[in-house]
Design a protein around this ligand. Structure first.
Ligand code: BGC
Length: 751
């Protein structure tokens, strides 16, 4: 027996060695091919590889200028060319007529689906489900490939602690660990096991770096972060992307501690290349290279080219500093040709690995279907899993089948808005709205529909009367509130993140009917709802759910499906609390309810005092409305027998924790078990809690299961302000909990 195990192990090791050798041989052959190509390329052609040209998706054809530039080898890649015939036409020019026959890459923002639109990434993150992340990216890749796109500008992995920032909609939320896990899954989905397999496309991990930390949540704003914060919070998903083999990276618009990312040697050279050994290529963001002039970091376009190239920014998106100045800079010996060769090597390496030399014309593209029924089904299930039930008073939900319901609100039948931000190729004619699905489910005669407001920002109260009349005829009101898609995403930050327009007024008017209100929010960010929370019996956060919003929402509202989504961002009571996030550090005077003094508790002409002497807001307290990780279900779960395998661990050990989860309710459901730790005392202050592991379990009513969670002690360290990763011995607290505020504290020690 032992002997046969030995033989199997030997075979496996041998196979592994062969595979590694083959990989190294393949890599070597790619590097040799690049060396040969480089030796044949002129300076102009090399610079050309570093140019990403934009085209307008609305333009009718290819301009003669672009064709000529491609013919001369002066373009490396094209973005936003969506007419497949034009893609193939320009690729033919590159392959057949350019001096060295180097094919182009075709890039596009395929952020949460191409034609089949999945929930916005913030919604997808709320699934806490890597299979969903991977599968949705596979569909997005296949649909894109079918339309001759081989490079997506996704995943966006900017950790964000500020719901005012419009781009939080595209982000994986506020937690670096969850963001890293999802990043790996997205990249695996887009790129597959082998980049060159037809149907797989290049991922572009963006925006490097710390874009989610823009001051005040205002887009493009400055970022000031200590090196420890940068490395502990904002960089982990990018590091995970390198480990997952992300073919490309995109720089961010912001500066980081005074240096714009597109010219940031620390980020692009020291961290990305030297520390992480990244081998793919880095593309700038749209004009972000020349924007270094507006930042006040470069005097002119020539200095822009110099600083970007010196920092290690490989391909320039849309602006033309490289095209205009790199040659002169080389002639003036400010940049060496070797430096340019390095840039081109990064780009060609990816072109070879992606197989575009062998497959420039998207072979087998017609075998990949757009809006395939299976893809639409995935859009439905991913939306269901992304919904977060935040409130459910007196178990108003689920709504039974024989109810008369009023469907009200500007998002109830808004096929374009439910798709969310960044859906260049999404098409509202494919959307199924909540109104349509609820009419199908309850029968049109049982659904009284009145939008009440024409769109989310509508201030007019003209439609209120009709809405109130619809409510009066019904037993329950389902109000579809939120933001239109255009109110989140790039350049769409908001200072006030409550429901826009007259939505609150309408909800208050409806509440006067005495009919219970189920509030369904469709938005790109958490919205502050404290003013209307007392008026509603239930709250469902649906994000912007995508093409299949209607069927997915009908399934959970009727109880056909259960809720399982959990928040991946802390939900504020008011925008004035922001930044508010679970993994904050502790002050010297942490707040607690015992000593809390609210604004109403202060006597008139009170003597100057420090009140409860702790860190809180007089008017908003110290807790958010809903914490990270929170989400309800139609069933309930209990946690028992939480056991640590060892309470004293070595740096090379792993922490193993077992917990028994029991479904204590009356129907099946999915629980997301979360493991948080706190390094109690360290050389720099550490967060009060940090997510280190999680696991999902689906249980039938009454069923119990023992779950094991596992964290290598190596992952319990942190980066110091000098950028050094340390695991410091000492005591740790641990919670196994359903959210970031729950659980019973346990301890362990790292020796
Ligand atoms: C955005 C990027 C996007 C690029 C190309 C920029 O404005 O910041 O995320 O990939 O445009 O469309």
């Amino acid at each position: 027996m032992k002997y046969s195990y030995f033989l199997i192990a030997l075979c496996l090791t041998t196979l592994q060695t062969f595979a590694q050798q083959a990989q190294t041989a393949e890599e070597e052959s790619v590097e040799n091919k690049i060396t040969v190509l480089l030796s044949k390329m002129t300076l102009e052609e090399k610079i050309g590889q570093a140019c990403l040209k934009g085209t307008s998706s609305r333009s009718k054809g290819l301009s003669d200028e672009l064709k000529e530039q491609v013919r001369q080898g002066m373009v490396g890649a094209i973005l936003n060319l969506t007419d497949t015939a034009l893609v193939l036409q320009i690729q033919k020019i590159a392959v057949e007529e350019s001096p060295n026959h180097i094919p182009l890459l075709f890039g596009r923002d395929v952020i949460h689906g191409y034609k089949t639109i999945f929930p916005i990434p913030l919604g997808l993150s709320a699934t806490w489900n890597t299979t969903i992340a991977e599968q949705t990216s596979i569909v997005a890749a296949h649909e894109s490939y079918a339309r001759c796109i081989n490079w997506t500008f996704a995943p966006m992995v900017d950790v964000c602690r500020d719901a005012r920032w419009g781009r939080i909609a595209e982000s994986p939320g506020e937690d670096p660990y969850l963001a890293s896990v999802l990043t790996r899954a997205y990249i695996k989905g887009y790129q597959g096991e082998n980049l060159s397999t037809p149907g797989n496309i290049l991922a572009c991990t963006k925006h490097f770096a710390a874009y989610g930390a823009v001051e005040g949540g205002r887009d493009y704003n400055t970022v000031n972060v200590s090196e420890s914060l940068l490395r502990n919070v904002y960089l982990p998903p990018f590091k995970a992307a390198v480990e997952a083999g992300s073919a490309t990276f995109m720089t961010s618009f912001n500066d980081v501690n005074g240096v714009p990312s597109s010219g940031n040697t620390f980020l692009l050279k020291q961290v990305l290349r030297d520390e992480w050994q990244y081998g793919g290529f880095v593309v700038s963001d749209w004009n972000s290279v020349t924007e270094m002039i507006s930042h006040g970091y470069c005097a002119d376009e020539k200095e822009v080219a110099l600083k970007a190239a010196t920092a290690g920014m490989d391909m320039e998106m849309t602006s033309q500093a490289y095209a205009h100045h790199l040659k002169t800079l080389i002639e003036e010996k400010k940049i060496t040709e070797e430096q340019l060769n390095e840039i081109v090597r990064h780009i060609l390496r990816i072109k070879f690995r992606a197989g575009v030399f062998d497959n420039p014309y998207f072979k087998e593209k017609d075998s990949f279907k757009i809006l395939d029924p299976a893809s639409l089904e995935l859009a439905r299930t991913s939306a269901i899993k992304s919904f977060v039930l935040l409130k459910n008073e007196k178990q108003i939900l689920p709504l039974s089948a024989n109810k008369k319901i009023a469907v009200i609100g500007p998002l109830a039948h808004a096929p374009k808005e439910q798709l969310g931000t960044w859906i260049f190729d999404g098409d509202k004619t494919n959307s199924i709205t909540p109104l349509t699905s609820l009419q199908q489910t309850y029968g049109a005669a049982n659904v009284n529909y009145a939008a009440g407001l024409k769109y989310s920002r509508d201030e007019s109260e003209e439609g209120f009367k009709e809405a109130v009349a619809a409510a009066k005829k019904s037993e329950v009101i389902v109000f579809f509130a939120g933001e239109e898609a255009i109110l989140s995403g790039e350049a769409h930050s908001r200072a006030d993140i409550s429901l826009p327009g007259a939505q609150e007024k309408l909800i208050q008017a409806l509440a006067k009917t005495g009919k219970p209100i189920v509030l369904v929010i469709m938005a790109g960010r958490p919205v502050t709802i404290d003013r209307i929370l007392p008026n509603v019996a239930a709250v469902v956060m649906a994000w912007h759910p995508g093409t299949m919003a209607g069927p997915a929402l009908a399934d959970v509202l009727t109880g056909k499906e259960n809720f399982s989504g959990r928040l991946t961002v802390t939900w504020p009571k008011t925008a004035g609390q922001i930044p508010v996030y679970y993994n904050h550090t502790s002050t010297g005077r942490p707040a607690d309810s015992a000593s809390f003094v609210g604004i109403k508790d202060i006597p008139v002409e009170a003597w100057q005092s420090s009140l409860g002497n702790n860190s809180h807001y007089l008017d908003a307290g110290f807790t958010p409305r809903y914490t990270f990780g929170y989400g309800m279900s139609y069933t309930s779960f209990s946690y028992s027998n939480i056991l640590l395998k060892q309470n004293v661990l070595d740096k090379n050990d792993s922490l193993y924790v077992t917990v028994t989860i029991t479904n204590t309710g009356t129907r099946s459901g999915t629980e997301t078990v979360q493991l948080y730790v706190q390094d109690v005392s360290a050389s720099i202050v550490r967060p009060v809690r940090e997510l280190k592991a999680f696991a999902q379990v689906e249980l039938k009513a009454g069923e119990s299961r023992e779950m094991q969670l596992h964290v290598p002690v190596a992952e319990l360290g942190f980066y110091t302000n000098e950028g050094k990763y340390v695991i410091e011995p000492g005591m740790f607290n641990l919670w196994v909990a359903p959210d970031a505020a729950g659980g019973k504290k346990q301890t362990f020690e790292v020796k």
